[in-house]
Design a protein around this ligand. Structure first.
Ligand code: ATP
Ligand code: MG
Length: 766
């Protein structure tokens, strides 16, 4: 594994004396693993390997309703297949239910948790919202004894579902909504796949997960970015209970998103349940089991995880990167075999009926150690139907009437005659070979350009060949909220050819063995259906990327040899603006981003064009816009500063996040820092991914470097806004001090010292 921001953290921890590291991969057993999980597996197990630590496989089975042992089994199989080993460290969250229950009692004893007897809906309503404080539950001040008794009765099954919950007692006005007295336990009379009916109360994720980590001695608990604001609660629970060594810490990284597919388990489950695919391991799905059945190797998946790296920014990865890794890997490991997907008979009229010649072909021309086998050549041959054209286009190098081509490793053949059916479809060819061209070389040295693969009737067998393509025909099937992703399914994602031919040697090969079918692509003998009596091969992937050349993203077509040259030529001549337009044409996610930039955020067309040609930038800008800073400022800073940095090294590989960029631009808008100071902060941010406010402090570039000036400014505004309260305070209502403190602290977003705030308040309230 190469260096990333997490290895930097670990290196520092080890330098500071942490003896060893422990990570975990914590799937919820409610579906099959997908390639996003593979990234997380490679990261967590990869870190353990790199640092000689350990990685636990832990099933997060705290929700009895959605879980199933069939998922537990498939997940273990997939992790092993990917090449990782948890040794003796297989755990289930449910292993720790007793301990968690005891810890909950400890929180109650410490006055940090209470039983609430309101419905979950009421609890949710009382939480308030952003800028709106929550409301204390009427049960918030129950005594410890009362809470203990009720919680014990909850556990004993005295109550029905939904009547009581256990909540943490934190702060109903906390700026982080997750900290507003979150639920710790709920009642669920349900049978659990491991603990059966032992429990009727189940812990919530935020309470359970940190405890699982701490109980198992995890040092680095790595999760995806959506859990960023859960970190505060993670720390609160662990600190409230205390006594942990090592004390685990949570770190977040960007989840993997791939285009041309969907990854959420809920959506995958829908495809499976609606029979839109053939089970969780359908070769078109991005599940690990699906990709295995498709013929992808674990090495290719690990290589892909390494290639996309670990970042702090959510971006969608071009599926071409995955396909590149798959091709690279298969290119080096597969023998080359003969197969004909759509056979067209070719009778060699100058070849004696009974004569069979055994032709020796190497499994790999570039590697004699791969060995060779014999393939029978005779009078009745087959070639690929689309290697023949009745009316050949210019530059055609394959067969047509009167033309000569090479039959790979055998003879030169000239087509002499064509048979068609009533509708004019070609159904058979006749030809003559040059008997002196054995091995494929012309006796007189004449040039024959085209070389075709072939099989003979006695040297081949029928096989079923399954041609898979991308499951969706657009890059971002989930991008438009008004269109169901199912609508974008690619109707040609599976084409079954039951009359394909394979060379005889392939009859006896193992299932899951992988082959290159010459000129056709990489294939695998199907994991389940392949056998000597029913040979079945799946196409893993074509030999080259045929999608990147499709301007309309329409039906997959094999790249035509005759067009590739001119396509290449026009590629080198394309202007940057054309390339950007083409990127949007290929990727509807980018097209949508362009529209949003112009219509919702008021970017100029030029700005929108520059900022929507690349997923890494477009996603980054979308995140920056969510910071609340004026869109016009973001657009202008992005075009003038960000694109330059991006060209030096992609935003997807940088630790800086879109939100931080938005915040930085906000600081110049509010005149907190000057433009030139902002540029140096940006450079530092782009390098380290640290928060702009921190860097402004550290570099001492803030205009209001004097903290009491900043506080003073905020308080002046506050007193103006609450003129009534100010007057009442001055008239003697001193208890309003608490109100002013609260408002001021919130306004300063916790960036000021409470003591300073109090002093400034007292000074100004007189
Ligand atoms: P989904 O959202 O697809 O249903 P999930 O997050 O609910 O997945 P879990 O079983 O809870 O699935 O995930 C187990 C681990 O895998 C978690 O640590 C999670 O962060 C990680 N993970 C899940 N999806 C991805 C992804 N797309 N990229 C990277 N890591 C992921
Ligand atoms: Mg989950």
């Amino acid at each position: 594994m190469s260096d990333n921001f997490i290895t930097e953290i670990i290196d520092a921890n080890l330098r500071e004396g942490l003896p060893t590291i422990a990570t975990r991969f914590p799937p919820e057993p409610n579906g099959f693993l997908h390639i996003g999980h593979a990234k997380s597996i490679c990261l967590n197990f990869g870190l353990a390997k790199r640092y000689g630590g350990r990685c636990h496989l832990r099933f997060d089975d705290t929700n009895p309703l959605k879980e199933d042992t069939k998922y537990v089994d498939s997940i273990q199989q997939d992790v092993r297949w990917l090449g990782f080993d948890w040794g003796e460290h297989l755990y289930f969250a449910s292993d720790w239910f007793d301990k968690m229950y005891a810890f909950a009692h400890r929180l109650i004893d410490a006055g940090l948790a209470y039983v609430d007897s309101q419905s979950v809906e009421v609890v949710r309503e009382q939480r308030g919202g952003f800028g709106k404080d929550g409301v204390d539950s009427p049960f918030r001040n129950r005594t410890v004894a009362e809470n203990k008794a009720l919680f014990t009765q909850m556990r004993e099954g005295k109550f029905s579902d939904g009547t009581h919950v256990l909540r943490a007692k934190i702060d109903m006005t906390h700026p982080n909504m997750l900290m507003r007295d979150p639920l710790l336990y709920r009642i669920r009379h349900a049978t659990h796949h491991r603990t059966a009916d032992d429990w009727c109360i189940y812990p919530m994720y935020d309470f359970a997960h940190c405890l699982e980590d701490a109980i198992e001695g995890i040092t680095h608990s790595i999760c995806t970015l959506e859990f960023e604001s859960n970190r505060q609660l993670y720390d609160w629970v662990l600190d409230a209970i205390g006594g942990w060594a090592p004390r685990p810490r949570q770190y977040e990284f960007a989840r993997l998103k791939l285009d041309y597919t969907v990854m959420s388990k809920r959506k995958l489950l829908r495809l499976v349940e609606n029979n839109q695919v053939d089970g969780w391991d359908d070769p078109r799905l991005p599940t690990i089991a699906g990709m295995r059945r498709r013929g992808v190797t674990p090495e290719a998946l690990r290589q892909f995880a390494e290639l996309v790296g670990i970042a702090k920014n959510n971006t969608t990865v071009d599926i071409g990167k995955l396909e590149y890794c798959i091709r690279q890997d298969l290119e080096t490991r597969t023998p080359r075999a003969l197969a004909i997907i759509e056979p067209l008979p070719l009778e060699i009229t100058n070849w004696p009926k009974e004569r069979i010649e055994q032709i020796t072909l190497p499994w790999r021309a570039d590697d004699p150690s791969a060995g060779s086998r014999q393939v029978a050549f005779g009078r009745n041959l087959f070639i690929e139907a689309d290697d023949f054209a009745l009316d050949p286009p210019k530059g055609w190098r394959r067969l047509s009437v009167g033309r000569e081509v090479r039959l790979m490793g055998a003879y030169l053949v000239t087509c002499t005659d064509v048979t068609t059916d009533a509708e004019g479809n070609v159904i058979g060819l006749k030809g003559q070979v040059d008997l002196k061209s054995q091995g494929g070389a012309a006796p007189d040295g004449r040039k024959v350009k085209g070389t075709l693969h072939w099989l003979s009737a006695p040297g081949s067998e029928r096989a079923e060949v399954r041609l898979f393509d991308r499951l969706f025909s657009v890059a971002s099937p989930e991008a438009d909220p008004d269109v169901d992703f199912i609508e974008h399914l690619n109707p040609d994602s599976l084409i079954v050819q039951s009359k394909a031919l394979i060379e005889k040697a392939l009859l006896t090969v193992d299932s899951e063995s992988r082959w290159q079918f010459i000129r056709q692509g990489y294939f695998v003998a199907d994991r389940y259906d392949h056998g000597p009596d029913t040979p079945v091969f799946n196409r893993v992937i074509g030999l080259r990327d045929s999608w990147s050349q499709r301007p309309d993203q329409g039906r997959p077509e094999r790249a035509k040899a005759s067009t590739s040259k001119s396509a290449k030529k026009s590629m080198t001549k394309r202007k940057p603006a054309d390339i950007r337009a083409a990127a949007r044409q290929q990727d509807s996610g980018l097209a949508l981003a362009y529209n949003r930039f112009v219509q919702e955020h008021g970017f100029t067309e030029e700005q929108a064009d520059l900022l929507s040609a690349d997923r890494a930038i477009a996603d980054f800008i979308e995140e920056a816009l969510s910071s609340g800073t004026a869109a016009a400022s973001i657009a202008s800073w992005a075009v003038n500063q960000l694109l330059v940095l991006h060209r030096q090294s992609s935003m997807s590989q940088r630790p800086m996040r879109g939100k931080q960029f938005g915040e930085l631009v906000g600081l110049t808008d509010s005149n907190t820092i000057s433009k030139s100071a902002a540029k140096s902060v940006l450079a530092e941010m782009a390098r380290t991914g640290r928060d702009p406010t921190l860097l402004v402090d550290e570099l001492g570039v803030g205009k209001a470097a004097d903290p009491s000036a900043l506080v003073g400014e905020a308080i002046d505004g506050l007193l103006l806004e609450y003129a009534d309260e100010t007057a009442r305070y001055r008239a003697g209502e001193r208890q309003l001090m608490g109100f002013f403190m609260g408002q001021a602290m919130r306004r300063l977003k916790g960036k000021a010292d409470g003591q300073v705030v109090r002093t400034e308040l007292l000074a100004r309230l007189g």
